[in-house]
Design a binder for this molecule. Structure first.
Ligand code: DGP
Length: 114
């Protein structure tokens, strides 16, 4: 999608602190970090919300999830623990309508989330 902010980051049109990227995904530091490590992992494909994940996206999502622990390891949080969050729709906290996974670590996490 042309004017989606995360599509624009994935295309390199908007600067971001990128920590990993490949043909499927881009991972970059969140602009407003909620933990010492707060990285967003997004598919290059524009999928607005988790509700829009289709059968055809299964392999893509599998590859992304295979990559997340490796990104956590590269960020130094794999062995100490981390949280992966997807907010689906505004009432759950979604503000950018391009599927993304928050990868959070570097501090102890509370539960339940707010
Ligand atoms: P969510 O609220 O779950 O949709 O998460 C969106 C996140 O995206 C939020 O934590 C802030 C972050 N964010 C929004 N705009 C930008 C941006 O332009 N650059 C970066 N790096 N992060 C952004």
């Amino acid at each position: 999608m042309t004017d989606c902010i995360f599509c624009r980051i994935a295309r390199g049109e908007i600067p971001a602190k990128i920590v990993a990227q490949d043909d499927d995904l881009v991972a970059f530091h969140d602009l407003g970090p909620q933990a010492p490590v707060h990285v967003l992992v997004i598919p290059r494909k524009h999928i607005p919300t988790a509700n829009d994940i289709g059968q055809e996206d299964g392999a893509l999502l599998g590859r992304i999830w295979t990559r997340i622990p490796a990104i956590a390891a590269e960020l130094g949080i794999a062995s100490v623990g981390y949280r992966v969050v997807n907010n689906c729709l505004a009432p759950a906290g979604q503000s950018v309508f391009h599927l993304h996974f928050h990868l959070l670590g570097g501090r102890v996490m509370g539960w339940p989330p707010g």
